[in-house]
Design a protein around this ligand. Structure first.
Ligand code: 3HC
Length: 327
């Protein structure tokens, strides 16, 4: 069944719009910016997409800190490209959120005021080069598991932005794996450095998927609206199943003594995640929450002249266009 959204400029009356919205969701169709949508659907999308955008922007910091210290020119240019990709992901996502009626300035203000969430994972430190490998393998790997299903999110601009983002995340994951593989083929010290980084990032990467299903207030409604396609626990389990064979290739140990395949369930049994740590990080008390936000605020302040210059340039162009049109 093909269901098409209204094509007139006028917004549809609520009753028609609601019926159209329900039918599109039922048919697994796409909602576009000018379609009628429930306020709660709009709010949920603004919440999730803006949090995601903020995560990409804050996520530039842990790796940005290693650009000047990457061990070769090649590693430096790869890392630089990866950090630039993350800035690009943030921009696509802010643009997708803007189609829902929030401005980029509002979202930025919420972030720098400490009122918006961003992913817990970016509040952890990166003390060694091996952390670049572990972030790529584990953090980008978790991002792929979580985000590939979002390419089918019911909101068109979000789903389309995710297609490109996932392609780039896939490259990020492979470069992380390759850094770890190189270290694991190196000296004893390099192997130890890789293992230590995996130990540091494994549990926080599992937390990226969000709280357990029975403690996730948003999942049921987001899944009913086809925004999320799978629950937090289902994606976490999928991620671990992906990691186990890759860890064997790398020769690293995943730091969970209770991790084993359960023949009866066909899934991996895992140790308990430290949810107290997760909630502490969400409450702003993670290892580097304060520093990440301070850096973001400083970058925003230092960029004020660029925004002002761009605004003056845009205003001058607009005057010139008006004068040309009037001539
Ligand atoms: N870090 C911070 N907050 C988290 C979180 C995490 N790891 N997991 C959950 N939360 C927050 C939720 O945002 C929600 O807060 P709110 O209600 O105050 O907004 C609360 O905890 C309850 O969680 P729910 O499971 O009910 O929330 P969601 O249904 O929104 O699910 C999610 C959480 C799975 C993270 C989902 O929002 C999602 O899939 N988001 C899109 C992907 C995303 O944002 N990824 C962030 C990482 S970006 C990245 O990986 C960059 C790359 O370059 C590595």
């Amino acid at each position: 069944m093909t269901i098409t959204a209204p094509t007139t400029d006028a917004a549809p009356a609520q009753d028609d719009g609601e019926a159209m919205f329900d039918a599109l969701i039922e048919a697994d169709g796409r909602i576009e910016p000018r379609d009628w949508m429930p306020d709660a659907y709009r709010r949920t999308l603004i919440r999730q997409i803006s949090q995601h955008a903020h995560s990409e922007i804050i996520g530039m910091q842990p790796e940005g800190a290693w650009i000047t210290r990457a061990p070769s020119l090649k590693r430096k240019s790869i890392l630089l490209a990866k950090v630039q990709d993350e800035a690009g992901h943030g921009l696509y996502l802010y643009s997708a959120a803007q189609t829902l009626g929030i401005t980029r300035d509002e979202m930025t203000q919420q972030l720098i005021d400490g009122k918006a969430r961003y992913s817990s994972i970016f509040n952890y430190p990166t003390p060694t080069w091996a952390d670049m490998g572990a972030i790529g393998w584990l953090v980008d790997g978790a991002a792929i598991c979580n985000q590939v299903p979002l390419c089918r999110a019911s909101y068109g601009p979000y789903g389309r932005a995710m297609v490109r983002i996932c392609k780039e995340e896939s490259f990020h994951q492979r470069q992380g794996f390759e850094i770890l593989l190189t270290l694991m083929r190196g000296t004893d010290e390099q192997r130890q450095m890789a293992q230590d980084a995996v130990d540091r990032w494994y549990w926080p990467s599992l937390m990226m998927f969000g709280p357990p299903d029975d403690d996730s207030p948003n999942s049921a409604q987001s899944m009913a609206w086809n925004i999320k396609r799978f629950s937090n626990d289902v994606l976490r389990q999928r991620f671990v199943s992906m990691l186990v064979p890759q860890a064997a290739v790398l020769g690293v140990t995943l730091p969970d003594p209770e991790l084993r395949f359960n023949d009866e369930t066909g899934q991996y049994d895992m140790g308990e995640i430290d949810w107290t740590e997760f909630h502490e990080v969400l409450a702003g008390r993670g290892p580097l929450n304060r520093q990440r936000l301070q850096n973001r605020r400083a970058a925003h302040d230092e960029g004020a002249w660029v925004r002002e210059a761009a605004a003056v340039y845009a205003a001058k162009k607009s005057v010139a266009r008006t004068e040309t049109a009037a001539a």
